[in-house]
Design a protein around this ligand. Structure first.
Ligand code: AMP
Ligand code: ZN
Length: 465
């Protein structure tokens, strides 16, 4: 079945054609690891997971790369200010490397809580310094760069299609970039490829280069690592809409200037998660909510946020409120009950409704419609076992852990005493919430009551010992 995606390059839904048949190279810009991810960031990673799972549902084999920005992202996005990771390190009295490692781990944990499939390749900017230097050398040889007192810059006037992604008049782009003044830059849109360590100040992360000791500009890592890890498979590149006018625009300029080849055929961008009536959730603002603060600490299943994100098309703004989140949790719990009320057998996937579902996800990831189609399955006049099979098949894309609900049902609980059954139900819920400490605690109580508990492919199994 044809797959359509909205491409920011053409501002149209286009039929997706991968470079290599049956395979997709996917690059998703990753986090700057100086703080926890907030729910807005996570909305973008959820959208990318819907994309990956939809491609996979269509039979594509995907190679997905995600970078970890651990150096070079400055507090002023236009190459001015302090390095965000180093700034945080100073504030917390830890090393920049410790800060980066800590927030990278926290990020990976968040992805796991949201059932987001981890990329095939994680790559850190600091592990790819020679590749970034090599790219700057090529740009220098080809005459795209110039030197100022604080670094090596890319001359955007030398790249005529600089506005191919933003579709903005060049004057507007320049005006947008004028916020932070750097008198040595030839044009406001020019950006740093390599920055020198400031004289007299100690940076923790810095490297030798042909131009002097310093560190790479933020945009450079994504170009260098896309080219390194995806090579000729530059199919899809994603991020949030805030990356269109600067970060992705600069990635395209420096990559295409260096290679003379097209850098990615499809560019997809997710809309913002807003809060307090249309205000973007941002790391630098107070309106900053993490998965832990907004959900886990309140004992709300993290998948409620995934369920909420599925209900808004990725190109439409989504509004956060605790009430919306609670409603999503109720909706998800009611879905779990509906699934649980179907019998334990798994039959055949219903082909007709599967076609409908496939058409919805292939229409630029229309998840709200795909969800509506799943809810239709409950009402179909077909075998219960086929309903189960169809819903579990759709859950390969939704990833709401519906199989876990069936497993919970599949245990032979009726033969167990009431209190053990209650503990098992509680533990199944804890496992759905990925609350592993709670799950372990409950296991301890069950084991101490004289039962042996095992987690098998069919869920929890207990026997008297
Ligand atoms: P950062 O860690 O700031 O580089 O951002 C990581 C990802 O989150 C990028 O793809 C951003 O475009 C995206 N992002 C940032 N803020 C939001 C938001 N409020 N809603 C959705 N995505 C966002
Ligand atoms: Zn990037």
């Amino acid at each position: 079945m044809d797959f359509y995606l909205y491409n920011t390059l053409s501002l149209k839904k286009e039929k997706f054609v991968s470079i290599l048949s049956g395979k997709v190279g996917l690059y998703t810009c990753g986090p700057t690891v100086y703080n926890f991810a907030h729910l807005g960031n996570l909305r973008t990673y959820l959208f990318e997971d819907f994309l990956l799972r939809s491609l996979s549902y269509n039979g594509y084999k995907i190679k997905r790369v995600m970078n970890i920005t651990d150096v070079g992202h400055l507090s002023g996005d236009m190459d001015m200010g302090e390095d965000k990771v180093e700034q945080r390190a100073t504030r917390e009295g830890r090393s920049a490397w410790e800060i980066a490692a800590y927030y990278t781990d926290a990020f990976k944990e968040d992805l796991d809580f949201l059932n987001i499939i981890a990329p095939d390749i994680w790559c850190r900017a600091t592990d790819n310094i020679p590749e970034q230097i090599a790219l700057v050398k090529i740009l220098e040889e080809k005459g795209f760069s110039y030197r100022t007192s604080d670094g090596i810059y890319f001359d955007t006037t030398k790249f005529p299609s600089y506005n191919c992604l933003s579709h903005l008049p060049l004057d507007d782009l320049r005006e947008g970039a004028r916020v932070e003044k750097n008198p040595e830059k030839k044009n406001p849109t020019d950006f740093a490829l390599w920055k020198f360590s400031p004289a007299g100040a100690n940076r923790q992360m810095e490297w030798d280069s042909p131009w002097g000791v310093g560190f790479p500009g933020w945009h450079l890592e994504c170009s260098a690592m896309s080219l390194k890890y995806l090579g000729d498979e530059q199919d899809i590149h994603c991020g949030g809409i805030d990356h269109i006018n600067v970060h992705h625009t600069n990635e395209i300029a420096q990559s295409e200037a260096a290679t003379g080849q097209k850098f990615f055929n499809y560019w997809l961008h997710g809309a913002f998660l807003n809060i307090s009536g249309g205000k973007k959730m941002a790391k630098s603002d107070d309106n900053f909510l993490t998965l832990d603060k907004a959900l886990r600490s309140k004992k709300i299943n993290p998948l409620a946020y995934r369920f909420a994100a599925l209900q808004v098309h990725y190109r439409k703004p989504m509004e956060y409120s605790e009430e919306n989140l609670r409603q999503a949790e109720q909706g998800l719990n009611s879905l779990y009950s509906q699934v649980a009320s179907l019998g334990g057998e798994i039959g055949e996937v219903n082909i007709d409704i599967r076609e409908e579902f496939n058409a919805a996800i292939n229409d630029d990831l229309n998840m709200p419609q795909a969800l509506a189609i799943m809810f239709k399955v409950f009402k179909l006049d077909i075998d219960e076992a086929d309903k189960v099979a169809t819903i579990l098949d759709f859950d390969r894309v939704f990833a709401l852990s519906l199989a876990g609900v069936k497993q919970k049902e599949a245990t032979e609980e009726s033969e167990l005493p009431e209190d053990i059954r209650a503990l098992l139900a509680e533990r199944a819920q804890a496992r759905l919430n990925k609350d592993w400490p709670e799950s372990d605690r409950l296991r301890g109580i069950i084991n101490n009551s004289g039962y042996a508990l095992e987690d098998g492919p069919d869920g929890q199994k207990v026997k008297l010992v």
